[in-house]
Design a protein around this ligand. Structure first.
Ligand SMILES: NC(=O)c1ccc[n+]([C@@H]2O[C@H](COP(=O)([O-])OP(=O)(O)OC[C@H]3O[C@@H](n4cnc5c(N)ncnc54)[C@H](OP(=O)(O)O)[C@@H]3O)[C@@H](O)[C@H]2O)c1
Length: 245
């Protein structure tokens, strides 16, 4: 049975990703920075008959929490097949480049960028034990630097400074990580779930968590002949599904 760890999976896109991977037979470690919320999410899934799931406490902003989660998981399993770096924040809005306080930039980068790196580094040894390891970095279409320079792009005027920069940095990390692992069986990709109605945006997005999670799941379960080091975004590239960086 394949195993997956999803950060920020107690609700929204992360939670739905857990549900869909459970339905595909994966054993899910449902990451939550608040263990009570994680246990509640697990109870909900079990009530739906999805039983191969347990909560794991992990706050991606706290290295001690990441290390404790790694320790706890290492006592349960020797192989992790999939890591979904889903936990993310938008940060206080508005985010103009000149007026936004540096603390907002630091907070957003702490979760969306440094947190992903620390979690990935902490769990990479368990992932390397998998025959087909997969890492999905949940990014945003707003992380595309190429499209931010295209006045024709539908989100051209949407430029929350720290969020955009953090996801562009995450994209860059995805590229260098995929390159680093290019001679292995790893598939490491960035996935934009699309503008989705969740607490993240006060449910303003037009997309559903089901569609968003399906995009994440597609990359999490990608086959041995699938791509690595790609930026998947149905929103940015409806025809190809592959966004420019
Ligand atoms: N929704 C969209 O339109 C959209 C579009 C593009 C990309 N995304 C990306 O998709 C991902 C999920 O977004 P969402 O819409 O599901 O957001 P959400 O509803 O705000 O949920 C975010 C999840 O991340 C968790 N989280 C936040 N900071 C954390 C930390 N330091 N450690 C561990 N967990 C933490 C939250 O936990 P708590 O419940 O404890 O707060 C929650 O479980 C994010 O990376 C976001 O940037 C979303």
């Amino acid at each position: 049975m394949k195993t997956v760890l999803i950060t920020g999976a107690n609700k929204s896109i992360g939670f739905e990703t857990a549900r869909q991977l459970l339905a595909q037979g994966y054993y899910v470690y449902l990451g939550s920075r608040d263990i009570e919320k994680g246990e509640q999410a697990v109870s909900q899934l079990r009530a739906e008959g999805l039983s191969q799931v347990e909560a794991i406490e992990i706050d991606v902003n706290q290295i001690t929490s990441i290390q404790a989660a790694r320790e706890a998981l290492g006592q349960k399993i020797k192989v992790l097949d999939v890591l979904v770096n889903n936990a993310g924040i938008g940060g206080a809005m508005p985010q103009t480049p000149l007026e936004t306080d540096i603390t907002v930039f630091r907070e957003v980068f702490e979760t969306n960028f440094f947190g992903v790196i620390e979690v990935t580094q902490a769990f990479i040894d368990l992932l390397k034990e998998s025959e087909e390891p997969r890492i999905v970095n949940v990014t945003s279409g707003l992380g595309s630097m190429a499209l931010h320079n295209d006045p024709e792009w539908k989100y051209y005027s949407v430029k929350p400074a720290s969020y955009v920069a953090s996801k562009a940095a995450l994209n860059a990390y995805t590229i260098v990580l995929a390159y680093d692992q290019r001679f292995t069986s790893f598939k490491i990709n960035a996935v934009d779930p699309g503008y989705t109605a969740t607490d993240f945006n006060h449910h303003s997005g037009p997309g559903t968590v089901e569609d968003a999670a399906a995009r994440v799941v597609k990359a999490a379960t990608i086959g041995a002949d699938g791509p690595t080091g790609q930026f998947f975004s149905d929103d940015n590239a409806p025809e190809t599904g592959v966004s420019p960086w």
